[in-house]
Design a protein around this ligand. Structure first.
Ligand SMILES: Cc1cc2nc3c(=O)[nH]c(=O)nc-3n(C[C@H](O)[C@H](O)[C@H](O)COP(=O)(O)OP(=O)(O)OC[C@H]3O[C@@H](n4cnc5c(N)ncnc54)[C@H](O)[C@@H]3O)c2cc1C
Length: 394
């Protein structure tokens, strides 16, 4: 009826629902959003990248019955970017509409697809592709847009660990990619304890969908602290076993001898001088697949579709970051950086159409991973085979 306000039904879903629908069914990616949003601090993180309920918070010792959840605490389900109708809800929140079932929006709703790189040679050298992510974090720290960024650090043995960056030196120390999982939102509390109020989150799509999910469903206390999300394109990450069970025994390379890695159709490894001929070796991706992290196998989001800005290196060999500008927040910061001469920018569609096509194909392929019984029957999912065959309209 005209003028009648539709009241949203009360959100009553809690840990029991999350544990049974997301964690136990392996659609949990391990993003750690639920842990960040838990106001009682009773969710931990196990070695399988899953949230676990603390013993003292269990009703009758049951791992899926939270004493707070059964008293109406619902924060964990409000933060989970894989719970129920997460995708259309976040699309609506960020963009005021759902994505269209077109080739263009198979990578999520966006404004622009560009090739970008920093003009600073040192940042370009330290960055994985065009060093744009690093440059954007440094820009935001300098301009006061953020007081800290949640990033990933790596030790000499290539163990990736979430951490907080509050200085340019920190950001540069975190630059580059590790292809094992680092749940960067886990660094949230450290940043808050240090007094940060405005955070940037760097992470794959599983992680960068969490802050807007928190905002959409009313987990605002933590959600509103994230003022910028930088998404990394990702088709999968590996478990740490890849070092011990493949790279060391088959290629004779200790993890401590690796200085850089990348994935460009194969796993590329650069080593300390003299360790292998040419200080470089390649591992076919077919050998790496068995080390795929279980949480990645059901993830439908290649292009970090709910980030403010998404970045990848697809098809780029000359040090450019393939960039998807999505929200007004992402656009504003990007435009500021361009206007102050911080970035070189080219149109990806004009300069590297093959990379854009490949990105769409990989996005369509990832979308097929989301279990059929959880699909909502929305047009985009019905259209998936068509997207793969690239028959959808632009
Ligand atoms: C696991 C993984 C898989 C990826 N898969 C693809 C892919 O299939 N196709 C593609 O085009 N691009 C992929 N990327 C993105 C790509 O590797 C670059 O991160 C991206 O192009 C940005 O480059 P840059 O030079 O601008 O970033 P940089 O300036 O080097 O900044 C990179 C940022 O990523 C953070 N980071 C590094 N490793 C991790 C990690 N494991 N988890 C969370 N944060 C991390 C760092 O802290 C740093 O802030 C992947 C990245 C990761 C981490």
């Amino acid at each position: 009826m005209a003028g009648e306000v539709q009241k949203k039904p009360r959100w009553l879903l809690h840990w029991n629902h999350l544990q049974n629908e997301v964690v136990a069914t392996n659609v949990c990616t391990g993003c750690s959003g639920c842990i960040v949003a838990c106001p009682h601090d009773v969710l931990g993180y196990d070695e399988h990248w899953h949230p676990v309920l603390a013993e003292e918070a269990r009703v009758d010792g049951a791992a899926d019955r939270c004493v707070h959840g059964e008293k109406a605490c619902t924060m964990c389900t409000r933060a989970c970017p894989r719970f129920r109708a997460w995708e259309p809800e976040i699309d609506e929140f960020l963009h005021g509409r759902e994505r269209k079932p077109t080739q263009k929006e198979v990578i999520g709703i966006h404004q622009d697809v560009l090739l970008v790189r920093t003009v600073d040679p040192d940042w370009l050298d330290k960055g994985q592709d065009g060093g744009f992510c690093t440059a954007m974090l440094i820009w935001c720290l300098r301009k006061g847009h953020i007081d800290a960024a949640l990033v990933s650090y790596v030790d000499d043995e290539w163990r990736a660990t979430p951490g907080v960056a509050t200085t340019e030196a920190d950001v540069l120390r975190a630059a580059g990619s590790r292809y094992t999982y680092s749940a960067n939102p886990l660094a949230y509390q450290e940043a808050i304890d240090a007094g940060a109020e405005k955070l940037a989150l760097v992470g794959m799509g599983c992680m960068t969908s969490s802050p807007p999910m928190m905002m959409t469903r009313g987990a605002r206390k933590s959600g509103k602290k994230f003022v910028l999300t930088i998404g990394l394109l990702c088709s999968k990450s590996f478990t740490d076993d890849i070092f011990e069970d493949l790279i060391a025994p088959k290629y004779g390379l200790a993890r401590s001898d690796i200085v850089k890695m990348n994935i460009k159709g194969k796993l590329q490894l650069w080593t300390r001088p003299g360790v292998v001929e040419g200080d470089y070796l390649e591992v076919p991706l077919s050998e790496c697949h068995e080390f795929t992290r279980p949480g990645c196998t059901t993830c439908p989001d290649f292009a970090a579709e709910h980030a403010d800005i998404s970045m990848g290196g697809l098809g780029q060999t000359g040090g450019w970051t393939l960039t998807i500008v999505r929200t007004e927040t992402g656009r504003k910061i990007f435009d500021e950086m361009v206007s102050e001469g911080w970035l070189e920018v080219k149109s990806a569609v004009d300069e590297d159409p093959a990379a854009v096509t490949l990105m769409r194909r990989l996005a369509a392929k990832s979308r097929k991973r989301w279990p059929v019984h959880l699909r909502s029957g929305r047009p985009i999912e019905d259209a998936l085979p068509g997207v793969i065959e690239a028959t959808l309209p632009d």
